[in-house]
Design a protein around this ligand. Sequence first.
Ligand SMILES: [Fe+2]
Ligand SMILES: [Fe+2]
Length: 430
Amino acid sequence: MSSLTGKTMGRPGREGNVLVQFSAFMFLVIVTAASVLGLVLSDFVRSHVIRMHGSFYALSLSPNFDDLLATGNGTEFEALKSGLESAGGLPHVKDLAVWDATGKQLFGPAGFHEGRTRDDPLPVALGGSVRFVYGTRPRAFSFGPPRGDLFLFLPIKDAAGRMKGVISLRESDSALAGDLDEAARTIALLVAIAGCAIYAALFLLYYRSYRRQRTAAERLRQSQESIIFAMSSLSGLRDQETGGHLERCKGYVRILATRLQSERQFRSYINNEYIRSLASIAPLHDIGKVGIDDAILRKPGKLTDEEYEAMKKHSELGAGILDAARERLSFPSQLELAVELTRHHHERWDGKGYPDGLAGEAIPLSARIMAIADVYDALRSERYYKKAMPHAEAIKVMKESAGSQFDPGIVSVFLANHSEFEAIFMDAAP
Ligand SMILES: [Fe+2]
Ligand SMILES: [Fe+2]
């Protein structure tokens, strides 16, 4: 069974990307919403302006309608046309047509709109509603508002609301289209400004809450580290393992895990959070020594077999303490990694370690890394029962233990970076 551990740890860089992802997502949502809103609003305003325009015509032409019907010839119609032109009231009107209430065309050119509009607006106008439709576009495909002539069909009613007929105008759209384009541009600009303001406000809100959350998480992390350090110092009080040893172990495991991260077999597994967690919990590895008798811990000479067996209990004791704490939490935490590291940091690659006699990759990765960090520092430090060993000699011992006591792959990484180990030891030498 291959055991890498830390399965609850997140992936590197995930937190940092949240802000970018949120910003990009919000930007897309707001740009899409603003575009749709801009188009809908522009269309609404365009329709509204044209209907108002049509209503104004209908109101202006209504008094002439009875005269048009009464004469039965084109005189009155021509008079109306020329009257409109000379008055300058309808300078864009290109043509005029008149229908009675039954839909029969009375005046105006034959085929006034047939074949020139996408649908027939006459029935709608006869139903009593102002109807407008653009003429066929000059191009098969184009962006922006329609550019053909505008056909306006205006229902004319008497005072009682009865339908008298329809007057239709074919109008050049150039001036009207210019006005409508300007209105559409103004609307689009206003919507874009509103969209930017909403985006900025949402981004600010999210950023502030993100920063608060990050600060709270960082404070919690620091609190955890200080509690871990206080707990691990307990073992140091009983043993010769000082605060310096615990701090140095953090540095060693950080180097090993960081270098292992670039190795092919660990690349997909070790991430920045794993490294941070491993360094954070490393000082807990001998917490179980609080339960070992002082007479054994501080014995200057070699331990008897019985004393050694008692000493070996510290890894299980420590894991038990941490596991009890872990069980009180309802969410994954660093304590899971701490439990396995503490329990297994005395396992050996050849299976002759304790407490479970795990071998090879069955030993959790955290414990394999910790074993190398712990033993290197122990070799370099003076104990009740031994002298401190120089760096070169310690390197030799570590190298000889590759494949028996230690994971040979991690020993290779250690050997490739041994000068950093020495630097850490010298910086905080006991
Ligand atoms: Fe230990
Ligand atoms: Fe230790």
